[in-house]
Write a protein that binds this ligand. Structure first.
Ligand code: ZN
Length: 107
């Protein structure tokens, strides 16, 4: 639980940073008309109900809902990441999982 609280605080301090394969995509050109979710393969409430264009709109307007939706996605992301790490350790392939993850999510 401390891990989740730390993650939430980190999100809040970063001001609307979303954990995703491409960092800060809400600032990319063309994002205002992008109706795809933050992460296509994410099952969180935010990704299932809101588009990147709408989140971009919320971020640009400094709307409080932006932080809430970002936190929902980020907490879901962290919980699933920890589950995948645990499973990779049990399957004895953590190093492969780590390398794959860092290739997709590294800046
Ligand atoms: Zn999501």
């Amino acid at each position: 639980m401390d891990f989740l609280i730390a993650s939430f605080r980190l999100d809040w301090e970063k001001r609307h940073t979303l954990y995703q394969k491409r960092e800060n995509t809400y600032r990319e050109p063309g994002i205002r008309s992008d109706v795809s979710p933050v992460e296509a393969d994410c099952a969180c409430y935010t990704c299932q109900n809101y588009s990147r264009a709408y989140l971009s709109h919320l971020f640009r307007g400094n709307e409080m809902l932006a932080g809430t939706l970002a936190s929902i996605h980020n907490i879901h992301f962290i919980v699933n990441l920890v589950k995948k790490i645990r499973q990779s350790i049990l399957d004895d392939n953590f190093e492969e999982f780590r390398d794959s993850f860092l290739n997709n999510y590294k800046k």
